[in-house]
Design a protein around this ligand. Structure first.
Ligand code: FES
Length: 158
């Protein structure tokens, strides 16, 4: 987002929540979603602080405290491979390898078309289908290479 576009965007989202400081988390979530790169830039955080009339340190604190906020550009879809013990035991390492192969990137990287970021996560409650992955808010399990390719194709078509 460039300067003017950023100010307009921040203004319109804050307006949607009636300029309420209590809605800061929702405001930041919306801004992250609309950033095009799934993250909150420093400029964006500064703008939120200015328009909401809140100390910049407070907005930064919220943007860094919650794991759903990204401070670096990411893909549109974040594929999180659970590496907590139950998923580790059932083969999360193998799942990471399959995703790395299917997307042709390594864990921690983003595809060159900025559609997918591949990263590790701790348990997100998908243990019953472990090894589990979470793509944005949706959980997938019992994965095979074939299923992974289908999932990737489905997200690419979205
Ligand atoms: S241990 Fe992997 S989702 Fe819970």
């Amino acid at each position: 987002m460039n300067g003017t576009h950023l100010v307009t965007k921040v203004n319109s989202i804050i307006e949607k929540y009636n300029g309420s400081q209590e809605r800061l988390i929702q405001i930041l979530l919306d801004l992250q979603k609309e950033s095009g790169q799934n993250y909150l830039s420093e400029d964006c955080i500064k703008e939120v602080s200015r328009i909401l009339d809140m100390p910049i340190s407070k907005v930064f604190e919220v943007a860094t405290f919650y794991s759903m906020f990204n401070r670096e550009p990411k893909g549109k879809y974040i594929i999180e491979v659970c590496k907590s013990a139950p998923c580790h035991v059932t083969g999360s390492k193998n799942v990471s390898k399959m995703f790395e192969e299917a997307l042709n990137i390594k864990m921690g990287e983003t595809t060159s078309d900025n559609i997918f970021t591949l990263q590790y996560s701790s348990c997100f409650g998908g243990c019953d289908v472990s090894p589990a992955v979470k793509i944005n808010e949706k959980i997938y399990g019992n994965l095979t290479m074939e299923k992974i390719n289908e999932i990737i194709d489905m997200y690419r078509r979205k």
